[in-house]
Design a protein around this ligand. Structure first.
Ligand code: NAD
Ligand code: UFG
Length: 335
């Protein structure tokens, strides 16, 4: 029996492959490499010593499923595949709706056709919009979502929930990630953004390695501890472990979990923590707030702890250490 991992060559996918292997699962990967490199999968093999069947194809390519199911015995799917740039989605919404929503619909149809009715879906804290309260629990209502990217996550959630209402055999886990950062401690796999990073940690590490001159801090007038934005950063390996625990505890019906640490860290605190760990100065300047950003976003991860027995164990220092180790060893990512 094997797990079909869509988007398995990506940042969170590769780290999850490692943890799945460690837990004794066999994975089969479906990825079109639109935002990843085949080298990432070679590195995963190096870490785990396992071999993986890899299908380079789009999740909307119906023909590929025939081949995958003929060649493998799939028991469940972890569905990471999707485009994830907030800014790109604002410029090209149709591309995002087509890729993420239509792709997910084809995937779910093809799985159901073969009676595979276990799925873990990668959702995001972005579905909460400007949170009604913090710490955010799973009961927090969804908010106004500012980007087409975020809307695809919310729409896919709704779609999957409706499907599960109609089919009681469906075991669906929706994982809402907070802010994944860091890298595998080997330094062999990590986050490899195209062009200039949008996200804080890869931006910091690229400043530290000399690829970018200075960090822009987007706003210091939020109602937060020091005025800069506060987020719940989670080590990508902890996040990957959350998928393994969810797989082990899967049950029929819908289960929704926040995956975060429950701690809020500000941009300025993160810069300081990174400087302390790396010994490298990170020059920055404060500029306007970034449109669409919320001031404060952190979760209560109590539900995942209680029901899955999962909690994040790696702290901000470890996140910075591993992000830096990856960036130092791979200044140009996988290229
Ligand atoms: P990533 O871009 O590194 O990985 C996504 C993978 O999916 C890539 O390898 C890409 O090539 C593949 N892919 C995209 N569209 C595809 C398609 N149509 N068919 C086949 N493969 C396709 O992103 P990631 O950071 O690893 O994120 C994984 C998932 O988690 C995504 O769904 C993302 O929206 C979600 N998520 C990420 C974050 C984050 O901050 N990284 C936060 C919340 C949710
Ligand atoms: N920030 C800066 N400078 C930068 C980049 C970010 O000051 O160059 C600040 C932001 O304003 C924010 C914090 O750092 O306060 C974190 O920003 P990120 O871009 O790293 O992360 P976001 O919380 O904006 O969004 C991320 C993903 C979304 C996902 C969300 C929740 O990009 O896709 O986490 O999971 F939906």
């Amino acid at each position: 029996m094997a797990i079909l991992v869509t988007g398995g060559a990506g940042y969170i996918g590769t780290h999850t492959l490692v943890e799945l292997s460690a837990a004794g699962y066999k994975s089969v990967i479906l990825d079109n490499l639109s935002n990843s490199s085949p080298l990432a999968l070679e590195r995963v093999k190096k870490i785990t010593g396992d071999d993986y069947k890899f299908y380079k194809a789009d999740i909307s390519d119906r023909a590929i499923y025939k081949k995958i199911f003929e060649e493998n015995d799939i028991e469940a799917c972890i569905h990471f595949a999707g485009l994830k740039s907030v800014s790109e989605s604002v410029s090209f919404p149709l591309y995002y709706f087509q890729n993420n929503i239509v792709g997910s619909l084809v995937l779910i149809e093809e799985l159901f056709k073969r009676n595979v009715k276990k799925m873990i879906f990668s959702s995001s804290a972005t579905v909460y919009g400007e949170p009604a309260f913090v710490p955010i629990t799973e009961r927090c209502p969804k908010g106004e979502i500012p980007s087409p990217y975020g809307k695809t996550k919310s729409m896919i959630e709704e779609m999957l929930i409706d499907i599960s209402k109609a089919d009681k055999e469906f075991a669906l886990v929706i994982l809402r990630y907070f802010n994944p950062i860091g890298a595998h401690e080997s330094g062999l796999i990590g986050e490899d953004p195209n062009e200039i990073p949008n996200n804080l940690m890869p931006y910091i590490t690229q400043v530290a390695v000399g690829k970018l001159p200075r960090l822009r801090v987007f706003g210091n007038d939020y109602k937060t501890k020091d005025g800069s934005g506060v987020r719940d950063y989670i080590h990508v390996t902890d996040l990957a472990d959350g998928h393994v625990m969810a797989l082990q505890k899967m049950k029929k019906g819908v289960s929704i979990y926040n995956l975060g640490t429950g701690n809020g860290t500000s941009v300025l605190e993160m810069v300081k923590a990174f400087e302390n760990v790396s010994g490298v100065n990170v020059p920055y300047y404060v500029t306007d707030r970034r449109p669409g950003d919320v001031g404060e976003c952190y979760c209560s991860a109590e539900k995942a702890k209680k029901e899955l027995g999962w909690r994040a164990v790696r702290d901000i220092q470890k996140m910075c250490e591993d992000a830096w180790n990856w960036q130092k060893n791979n200044p140009n990512g996988y290229s």
